[in-house]
Structures are given as structure tokens and as C-alpha cells.
Design a binder for this molecule. Structure first.
Ligand code: URA
Ligand code: CA
Length: 442
């Protein structure tokens, strides 16, 4: 077998055999096939696609490229959650606590931000003392004792994804359904959960820009999960605007705590309840996802979710006293207020560009390995449909470089479109995709 023939075959739009797929995945993981040939193959896959069988084979081959985690020492049904990536997507951190306190163990491995999207692990690092690199035995022990933990994905898992994702990021091949589906599902399968709840983002701030593509991605991932015996449910949720109010790292931790204190924004809380409700159902702690949602709301109202979060922070070496004193988190030096230039309704926004603006301030990476500034970001509580008075503060830029802050404040205004006539709020949850089919929810 040789890699040139495989590239040629995919270039012609032909189906690759499982042997051919395994050949390039393992060959690349081991460093036997160079970046330029895999780049070419990835572009051929981007152009010609992969069928269901090829995508499943690719996923399983990627799982075999690294170690896998055995969670069998954790009691109960382990349910994992994954977002396909968004802006102000502060879901996982409160969610783990709210699900764990309801008796479903969550052993969550998360990633760092890349491009315009934020990453849970970066956000968690703004908590004083909090450790995201924990040996697997200790991780399992924490989940058994406390009910939940979130650590950085081990570098030994799915070696193929680590290398391919980095390559895709710089070769214009991220937004391909078979490549995203195999990337996400290989990590979830290797991380060992019994059931998986996926949050597939759709819209201007997501990798999938339109609903038909998002549905196809969700369907592909649900099929892969089911084919390996992991009960998988996907929700397609809106990313035509930032989900929460904070875009950054320490400010997203503050927002996560606000959710647990019952002070979270409506849209963010609704996504957390929907995904959490499904996790409780799949984990056998609720009779339906609706009942699960109510249990999540109760854990917010009673404060038990906040207490569970503090336990998790303590177990991972952090000091939970910050939840009542945000001055213990990193804070930016400069605050710049962005004022509305005119009165009107917010009609639309360029969400991906807003995410990139936060990255420009230092909250994210423009390339792998960049150091990020945990303190900076954008507080942007306005949503599509909101009425704004001329001169009103619509956003606050948090910067450690004043010039960059001023530039970001100017740029942000260019990313918003206003209208004189009333604008309807955007839908939030579009579809639920499961083994039973596709359910419309808006
Ligand atoms: N998130 C992932 O983990 N992989 C992708 O390819 C896209 C989003
Ligand atoms: Ca974010």
C-alpha cells in the first residue's frame, strides 16, 4: 500500500477501504507519513467527503492511534458531554457540577481553545491552584469520591487527532463533516464514557454555518456512537451569537459561578438544563430528559450544584473561596466601554469575528502553543433582538494592553448590525438527534 495511491483514490471520489484508512492514520501518527501528504489527503476528503462506513472506520482507527481510558472502576453509568465549539460557550463547568450532584458520575476530559472558540481547560486554569493535569488513577478516584472532575485530555489519547487537528487548522480543512465527526467521536470513545451527549453548534460562530450541515454532522456522530455501543444523543443549538455574556477565561469562570448561584443568562442556562437533563436521563437518574431538566433547575435553586462545584475545585487542588470573592481571579488592567452609536435593535452579529476579537486581546490562540492571557476578554451581555439606546454601554472590553483594547472596542461595533424595526430573538435549540430520529424543537 502507498499513500500516493490513497490520495489519488480519494481525489477521484472513491471509497477508501478500512485497510487504507488505517494505513494513513497509523502511518501519520507514528511520523512515517509527512504532513504534506496528509494535508493533500485531508483536502481530498474535504472536497469529496466520506461515506458512513469510511467515517466510522476513520474514527475507530483514530481511537487505536493512542491509549484508551478504562472507567470501569467508576460506579454507575458514566455520561460525557462535548460541544463542537463556540463563543461564550460556558456550559461544561457548571454542567459537570449540576449533573454530578444528581448522582451521575462525570469523568470529563476537555480541550483548550483554538481559533475563535474558547476551551474549558484554559478557563479552569484561571482558578487559583486548580490542576488540570492529573494522573488517570487519581482522576478516577476523584470522580468516585466527589462525583465529577474535569481534566485536560491526556496527550497519549488519540494521537492521530492531535496531529490531524493541528494540520487541519492551518490547511483550511477544519469544517468537514467526516473530519469533525471522527475527531470528536474518537476522543469521546477513547475517554471511555458509556453515554455521550453532544452539543452541535450551528451558525456564524460555529464550524457548521447552516442547519442542514449541522444535522448531517449530528446524525453522523450519533451513528458512530451507536455503532460502538455508546448511547449518543445530539442537540443542535444556536451559535449565531455568543451563548453567554462573557468571552474570555477568568470572566467565563465568573459566569459559570453565576449560573450555579441562579444568576445565569437565560439562553446559557437553558442549554445547560437541556444537556444536563439528557445526561441525567441517559445516566438513569431521571425518567425522561424533561424530568432531568427539572432536577438540574433544582440543583441550581438549592445551591447544591454550587457546593458540588466547590468540592470539585478543592479535590483538584484549587481554592474554592473565589466563588464568593472574584477578586481572587485574574483581572485585566483596563476596562473600555463600548457605547451604542445609535438607538435601535440588534439585528445580527458576526460571532466568529467576535470570538477572534477576544483572541486578539489575548484570550485565545492564533496558533497552537500560544500563551494566553486569562484575565482579558469581552463582556457582551446583549443579544439579537435587544433594543439599545444611543450612548448605552453594549460591551466592556477587558484588556491588559490599552491600545489593543481601544482597537477591539472600535472593531466590535463593526461586527454588529442594527435595525430600526423590531427584531425577533433567535431560536436556541433547533433539533434533537438520537437513534430514534430527528426531532424539531423550534
Ligand atoms: N472539535 C473537535 O474536537 N474537533 C473538530 O474537528 C472540531 C471541533
Ligand atoms: Ca468561550
Amino acid at each position: 500500500m502507498n499513500i500516493i495511491d490513497i490520495i489519488e483514490k480519494k481525489k477521484q471520489g472513491k471509497e477508501l477501504s478500512s485497510k487504507e484508512i488505517d494505513y494513513f492514520v497509523q502511518g501519520y501518527s507514528k511520523g512515517e507519513i509527512p504532513d504534506y501528504q496528509i494535508s493533500s489527503l485531508l483536502m481530498a476528503i474535504w472536497c469529496k467527503g466520506m461515506n458512513k462506513k469510511e467515517t466510522a472506520e476513520l474514527t475507530l482507527s483514530m481511537v487505536r492511534s493512542g491509549k484508551t481510558i478504562d472507567l470501569s472502576k467508576i460506579r454507575g453509568i458514566k455520561v460525557d458531554k462535548h460541544s463542537s465549539g463556540g463563543v461564550a460557550d460556558t456550559v461544561s463547568i457548571p454542567l459537570v457540577a449540576l449533573v454530578a450532584v444528581n448522582g451521575v458520575p462525570v469523568a470529563k476530559m476537555s480541550g483548550r481553545g483554538l481559533g475563535h472558540t474558547g476551551g474549558t481547560i484554559d478557563k479552569l486554569e484561571s482558578i487559583p491552584g486548580f490542576k488540570v493535569e492529573i494522573p488517570i488513577e487519581k482522576f478516577i478516584e476523584i470522580v468516585n469520591n466527589v462525583g465529577g472532575a474535569i481534566i485536560a485530555q491526556s496527550s497519549e489519547l488519540v494521537i492521530a487527532d492531535k496531529k490531524m487537528y493541528a494540520l487541519r487548522d492551518v490547511t483550511g480543512t477544519v469544517d468537514s463533516i467526516p473530519l469533525i465527526a471522527s475527531s470528536i467521536m474518537s476522543k469521546k470513545i477513547a475517554a471511555g464514557a458509556d453515554a455521550i451527549v453532544l452539543d452541535v453548534k450551528v451558525g456564524g460562530g460555529a464550524f457548521m454555518k447552516d442547519l442542514e450541515d449541522a444535522k448531517a454532522l449530528a446524525k453522523t456522530m450519533v451513528e458512530i456512537g451507536d455503532s460502538v455501543g455508546r448511547d449518543t444523543v445530539a442537540y443542535i443549538t444556536d451559535m449565531n451569537q455568543p451563548l453567554g455574556d462573557a468571552i474570555g477565561n477568568s470572566i467565563e469562570i465568573e459566569e459559570a459561578v453565576s449560573v450555579l448561584k441562579g444568576q445565569g443568562g437565560k439562553r446559557l442556562v437553558e442549554v445547560i438544563k437541556t444537556l444536563g437533563g439528557e445526561m441525567l436521563y441517559l445516566g438513569g437518574k431521571a425518567k425522561s430528559s424533561e424530568e432531568g431538566k427539572e432536577l438540574i433547575q433544582k440543583a441550581i435553586d438549592s445551591g447544591s450544584g454550587l457546593e458540588k462545584f466547590k468540592e470539585i475545585v478543592r479535590a483538584q487542588g484549587g481554592d474554592p473561596s473565589f466563588v464568593d470573592d472574584f477578586s481572587k481571579l485574574p483581572h485585566a488592567q483596563f476596562k473600555l466601554f463600548v457605547k451604542a452609536p445609535e438607538s435601535g435593535y440588534i439585528k445580527s452579529m458576526q460571532t466568529e469575528e467576535i470570538g477572534k476579537l477576544a483572541a486578539f486581546l489575548g484570550a485565545g490562540r492564533t496558533k497552537k502553543g500560544d500563551k494566553i492571557d486569562l484575565a482579558v476578554g469581552i463582556m457582551f451581555p446583549k443579544k439579537v433582538g435587544d433594543y439599545i439606546e444611543k450612548g448605552e454601554t453594549i460591551a466592556t472590553i477587558l484588556a491588559n494592553d490599552k491600545e489593543k483594547g481601544e482597537q477591539a472596542a472600535k472593531e466590535l461595533l463593526k461586527l454588529l448590525e442594527f435595525s430600526n424595526s423590531k427584531v425577533e430573538p433567535l431560536p436556541l435549540i433547533y433539533y434533537k438527534v438520537s437513534r430514534e430520529g430527528i426531532e424539531k424543537l423550534f
